[in-house]
Design a protein around this ligand. Structure first.
Ligand code: SF4
Length: 416
């Protein structure tokens, strides 16, 4: 089922506007910052609480929705802060309405994808609403099976842009009678640990502002070893998801180019130290690609590593992406791969490919609109080749989103 709505956001910042010249983002202002801002406008300190409360109200899409503040003050504040740093360009529903895929425009006209997934309560387990955020526009790692990797890197997101994706998703869930947001996963476009400061700051803001415990936040990485070691020292018990995809250096060098400089032994040692420092169980992500990493040998080696590190394994069958000859293995091969893991005593989850029927997932929608990198026969990527010029402006993005919907036949989940 697909249902497209558009909400180009009246308060979207002008495309091309320089971020450095902009007023502060509301999501990044703490109580002290809010008091100082309002004090500078001659307002009493207690107004800071009213404004701060508005950040996480799911029905507050702009300053004009913050009715606790007088109209005159709302008007004056427009020039002194950015209420939200991302605007919803399009929203697509899928999976019987349980998945909402947002295309979000940033201040300079770049776009990122954000996905909200609702899991109903079942038995003794509570329902949850998980938001998957992007941390970069594109990605420099260049995994050849990933739609985002084919774009190359444009820039990293700011902490406010990451947090505001969660706010936008919360607003979209609220509109559909779903939510509130209970979990956040950093598994959208980009390598979160290449945007380390923004990732860390946004986790802290979510934990304090939205009361989403770090234990309900998962940061995924393709294996940036120094950043994993740094994260272990931050005292934040976020779950670390390692995008493994291959259990030998020979194969991983091809699938995750970062592995050529930060090979498996170093990565696994850092991951092990992270688990010891935080007490959090590791998880390994495995995008299962037919004829590439679906062999018994890879499954056995993955099982050996997962058992040694007491890690959970998430297997995500690959979805086809335009420009790549790769796809998921046939069902019997997938079953055999999973059986090898479970028979070895490894905890495995086959992650459902949420958003498939909505062209919804990591870089898929955006990939249809952006410079493309071709997959060479040796599994490496060519330099980005532009298929259309300029950044995507909010107005044109809505049209382009439906255009992309017609052109892309299979969504790809966060292939991390
Ligand atoms: S899989 Fe992740 S790390 Fe690799 S290119 Fe895609 S977004 Fe970047």
């Amino acid at each position: 089922m697909r249902e497209m709505t558009t909400a180009a956001g009246d308060h979207a910042p002008a495309p091309g506007r320089r971020l450095g010249s902009m007023p502060p983002a509301l999501s990044t202002l703490d109580d002290e910052g809010l008091r100082r801002l309002l004090g500078g406008l001659g307002e009493p300190a207690w107004r800071a609480r009213q404004l701060g409360d508005a950040v996480w109200q799911p029905f507050a899409g702009s300053l004009s929705d913050v009715r606790q503040l007088p109209g005159g003050l709302r008007n004056r504040l427009e020039a002194h802060l950015r209420f939200i740093t991302a605007s919803e360009v399009s929203a697509t529903r899928a999976d019987g309405g349980r998945t909402l895929k947002l295309l979000c425009a940033l201040a300079d006209g770049q776009t990122v994808e954000t996905v909200a997934m609702v899991t109903p309560a079942r038995g003794s387990s509570r329902g949850r609403a998980t938001v998957c955020v992007s941390t970069q526009v594109g990605c420099a790692v260049g995994c050849p099976f990933c739609a985002t990797g084919m774009l190359g890197l444009r820039r990293s997101c700011s902490a406010a842009e990451v947090v505001d994706q969660v706010r936008l998703a919360g607003q979209a869930l609220h509109r559909h009678g779903l939510g509130p947001v209970t979990h956040v996963v950093y598994m959208g476009m980009g390598e979160p640990l290449h945007a380390y400061d923004a990732t860390l700051a946004s986790v802290r803001i979510l934990a304090t502002g939205a009361a989403i415990s770090p234990r309900r936040i998962t940061v995924s990485t393709s294996g940036v070893v120094p950043a994993i070691e740094r994260l272990a020292r931050e005292g934040l018990p976020v779950t670390l998801a390692i995008s493994l995809h291959a259990a030998t250096d020979e194969l991983r060098d091809r699938l995750v180019p970062l592995n050529r400089t930060q090979p498996l032994a170093r990565l696994l040692a850092a991951a092990d130290r992270y688990a010891a420092a935080t007490g959090r169980r590791l998880s390994f992500e495995w995008c299962l690609i037919g004829g590439v990493n679906d062999s018994r040998g890879q499954a056995r080696e993955l099982a050996r590593i997962a058992r040694r590190l007491h890690a959970h394994v998430n297997v995500i069958p690959m979805n086809r992406i335009a420009g790549s000859p790769w796809g998921p293995p046939p069902p019997p091969v997938s079953r055999s791969f999973l059986r090898t893991l479970t028979e070895a005593g490894v905890a495995v989850t086959v992650r459902d490919t949420r958003g498939n029927d909505a062209e919804a997932a990591c870089g898929q929608l955006r990939a249809a609109l952006e410079p493309r990198r071709e997959l060479r026969p040796d599994g490496t990527l060519s330099a980005p080749r532009r298929t259309r010029t300029g950044s995507l402006r909010p107005g044109e993005a809505a049209a382009s989103a439906s255009e992309a919907g017609a052109r892309v036949t299979a969504g790809v989940p966060a292939q991390r």
